[in-house]
Each structure stands twice: as C-alpha cells, then as structure tokens.
Design a protein around this ligand. Structure first.
Ligand SMILES: C[S@@+](CC[C@H](N)C(=O)[O-])C[C@H]1O[C@@H](n2cnc3c(N)ncnc32)[C@H](O)[C@@H]1O
Length: 343
C-alpha cells in the first residue's frame, strides 16, 4: 500500500471521486484514508490501482505517488522539498520535469517554485537533465484548498480516450444520446468489472453499452423502439463491441433471466419518448421488474430527470440507496445519477 493522489477534471464536484472509489471497490482493491481536495483525491492503495483508474475512469486526469503534502507556504514547501529523496526517483543520466498546477487562488509563485524544485533535483542528481517534453520522471504538484500535494506521476489518462466514440463519429446518431464520458462514469459507478454482464434496457443509440464494452464488460441491451435497436446494433458493430444480445423489448417486461448489473438512461419525455407513460410510473415499473433479474446486491446506475424523489421511489420498492449526484445539463434539465443496490 502506498500514498497516491488522483487529479480529476473540474466538470463535476462529486462524480469523479465517487467514480474512483467505485473502480477500486469493484476491482476488490483495498484503499483507505480518502481525503478530498478541490480536484484532488488522496488515498492509500496499491500502485496497480493508479493504472486501473487511469485506464477506466472518465474524469481522472493524472495519478501520482505522493511524496509530501503540506500547507501552501513557500518556507514550508522548501523545508519539505529538502527531505525528498530525489535520488530514489531520478538516476544519473536520466531526465526529469517539474510541473505545478494551481486549482485554487494560492499565492505561491508556481513558475518560481518549479524552478526551485528543478534546481534542488539538479543539485542532488548532478547528471540529470531537464526535459519538459518526454522526461524519464515527471514530478507534479497541485495547489488545492491552500495545500500543496506533491509527487511523482505514475499514470495519466489519455485526453483523447473518448474522441473516437463521440456521437458525431458514430454511424447512428440520435439527439437523446448520452455523452460517452458520462456513460463511462455510470458504468464505473455500477461497479462493473471487466467480464461482468451489463444490461441497458433503454439502450437508445447505445452510449452506455459502447462504454461498458470498451472496458471489457459483456453487454446486452434492449429498447422499445426498433429503429433505436437497429441503430445501436450499427454503433456497436462499427466499434467492434461484441454483444450478448440486442432486442426490441419493453423495460417493464424484461426478457432476461439474470444480469450482473444495470446501467441505463430511461426517457425523460423530451429528446426521447416515454411512449405515453409518465416518467415516474415507467421507471417504478421498470425498477420493480429489474429486481427479478439482478442478483442480491446487484447494482443499478441510472440517469433520471430531476424533479422527482427517485431515492424514495427506489427505497419504497426495496432497493438499498448507495449514492446520488446531480448533473446540471442546461437551464431546464438537471439529471440525477442514482446508484442503488438490489435487495
Ligand atoms: C434517453 S434514451 C436512451 C439514450 C441512450 N442512453 C443513448 O445514449 O443513446 C431512452 C430510450 O428509452 C426508450 N424507451 C422508451 N420507453 C421504453 C420502454 N418502455 N422500454 C424500453 N425502452 C423504452 C426510447 O425509445 C429511447 O431510445
């Protein structure tokens, strides 16, 4: 176990941290001491978890090994830097970089400090050289909530990992389609490890199934609209995502015997039709039906329209509430991402 930190994108305040915890939990990786700063999560876990999170997560940017954490005070930082065994990380002849980023309005001069750290390393490892483009070792630090979290980069999530599956790059496009990043995040929140069977019973154009398949889950989906099922099938085939099944069917009468988890985005009656049903009745009937195909403790990760007490609906049916997050899409639409577990 080692001290790690993860930096996340700033698009949501709680989802990125919940996603990291869910990834670690579903992989059975133990972690402790999760401390949250603005856009930084510090945890004690295994180094493997850094690679796993970088590979799977939608909102993590960089994973680092923490060397120290202190108040963002110049003198305190200098004192802590003196104790860092840089020679353990940079060997003779190797190159390194130092990059500091501020997520708060701390008054520490990041450029000056980058130079100071660089000089410190050069004094300790005289043969090392600075290389800002492709260094052997990257030292990174983040100012957040008047603290500096400083360490060595272990893994970095590719900034382009969702580009190829963006809706505009798919053969079948529909206005109700969910952005791939949110779809991936929801798959992770459902604690869906690679190899498990994920169902989306309101699959639409298939964003969720694409992301579940991209991380190695087996996928199965259905939608009441045959045009959507056909479009979803085209999208999955285009990206070579194998599927266990794709059917036209009503989510209130599921034709499956058992799945490991359900990740879905039921219709809100705006960009996608509820086919005459009220959203709350449709979702309650679907949740009632879903109990029969989920194992005990099986997760559901759902995107639901704001304005209803979805947590109460789920709990009344017997589900265990796990977590929820509110995502503001625009002035008149807030999504609730609800995570629940089957009894
Ligand atoms: C919000 S869209 C899903 C979008 C999808 N997540 C995507 O990213 O492409 C909701 C879908 O639910 C489907 N739907 C509506 N009522 C349904 C029902 N009773 N059973 C199954 N699907 C239904 C609609 O046809 C629509 O495709």
């Amino acid at each position: 176990m080692t001290d790690l930190f993860f930096t996340v994108s700033g698009e949501h305040t709680t989802l990125p941290f919940a996603e990291i915890n869910a990834i670690l939990e579903s992989a059975g990786i133990s972690s402790s001491g999760g401390t949250v700063f603005t856009r930084v999560l510090c945890v004690t876990s295994t180094v493997e978890s850094a690679y796993l999170v970088a590979r799977r997560s939608s909102m993590t940017k960089v994973c680092g090994l923490e060397l120290f954490r202190c108040d963002a005070e110049w003198s305190e930082i200098q004192r802590r830097l003196r104790d860092v065994p840089f020679t353990d990380y940079v060997k003779k002849g190797q190159s390194f970089s130092v990059r500091l980023t501020s997520f708060d309005t701390s008054h520490v001069n990041t450029l000056g400090l980058e130079r100071e750290v660089g000089d410190n390393i050069s004094r300790k490892v005289p043969d090392a050289s600075v290389n800002l483009v492709d260094p052997d070792r990257s030292f990174i630090g983040f100012f957040a909530d008047s603290m500096l979290i400083f360490g060595v980069k272990v893994a970095e999530a590719s900034a382009k990992r969702f580009d190829e599956r963006m809706p505009v790059n798919r053969p079948f496009l529909h206005p109700s389609t969910m952005p791939p990043k949110l779809a991936r995040c929801m798959v992770n929140l459902a604690r869906a490890p690679s190899g498990c069977l994920v169902l989306d019973p309101f699959c639409g154009a298939g964003s969720i199934l694409l992301e579940a398949g991209a991380v190695g889950c087996r996928v199965v989906g259905s939608d009441v609209d045959d045009v959507m099922v056909e479009g979803c099938s085209r999208n999955l085939k285009y990206f070579r995502i194998p599927f266990d099944g794709l059917l036209v069917g009503d989510a209130r009468r599921l034709p499956y015997t058992v799945v490991d988890c359900i990740v879905s985005d039921p219709p809100y009656g705006r960009a996608s039709s509820t086919h005459g049903a009220s959203p709350i009745k449709l979702v309650s009937d679907f949740l009632f039906e879903a109990m029969s195909i989920l194992p005990r403790g099986g997760y559901l990760s759902l995107s639901l329209p704001g304005g209803w007490d979805w947590r109460a609906v789920a709990v009344d049916l017997g589900y265990a509430f796990v977590d929820r997050h509110f995502v503001r899409e625009h002035k008149s639409l807030t999504r609730e991402i609800l995570i629940i577990k089957a009894p």
